[in-house]
Design a protein around this ligand. Structure first.
Ligand SMILES: [Zn+2]
Length: 171
């Protein structure tokens, strides 16, 4: 009976040491972690249209997460008319270093846009909506390199901007 008791205690002791070891080991692993780490981010993207609210345009492209200045995305919708979406992104610190963080398509009233077109369109819309501009639409557009728009969407992007402009003037 005593032998059995000793055996049980021995097994319990071994088990206890084993669990302790497991608790200690992961910490050691952290220290020797490679420089490349995976970063998880939540990216906010707005739907670009002539009536997209300013607050949505402003927060478009913002990334949230543990490694970012802003940890958690805001409650959506921002306001009435908000069509923002958040998507999860995974990339490595290597991507960030090389400037190759993931490129995603951007939803808009003109269909999916590449990031270059989306950025230009967003900046034009922001200018229209933020400036209560006295100038004409042509003057406003002169501030931008409209020729940077991809050929297939240029005309449509300009007419979308014009629609936003006319709406801002009629306020
Ligand atoms: Zn929004």
């Amino acid at each position: 009976m005593l032998k059995l008791f000793i055996a049980v205690v021995a097994v319990a002791l071994i088990y206890w040491i084993w669990t302790k070891k497991n608790q200690i080991l992961p910490k050691r692993n952290d220290e020797s972690e490679p420089f490349i780490t995976t970063i998880e981010a939540i990216e906010l993207k707005t739907f670009l249209d002539w009536d997209t609210p300013v607050s949505c345009l402003e927060s478009d492209g913002t990334r949230y997460g543990r490694q970012f200045k802003q940890k958690t995305p805001p409650e959506l919708p921002h306001e009435q008319g908000c069509r923002c979406e958040t998507t999860k992104l995974f990339y490595t610190s290597e991507d960030v270093f090389q400037g190759t963080s993931p490129v995603t398509k951007h939803k808009s009233a003109l269909g999916d846009l590449c990031s270059k077109d989306a950025l230009l369109l967003k900046n034009i819309l922001l200018e229209i909506k933020k400036e209560s501009s006295n100038g004409s639409f042509a003057e406003l557009m002169d501030k931008f390199e409209v020729n940077d728009f991809s050929d297939e969407i240029r005309t449509k992007a300009i007419s979308l901007a014009e629609q936003a402009y006319q709406q801002s003037q009629s306020k």
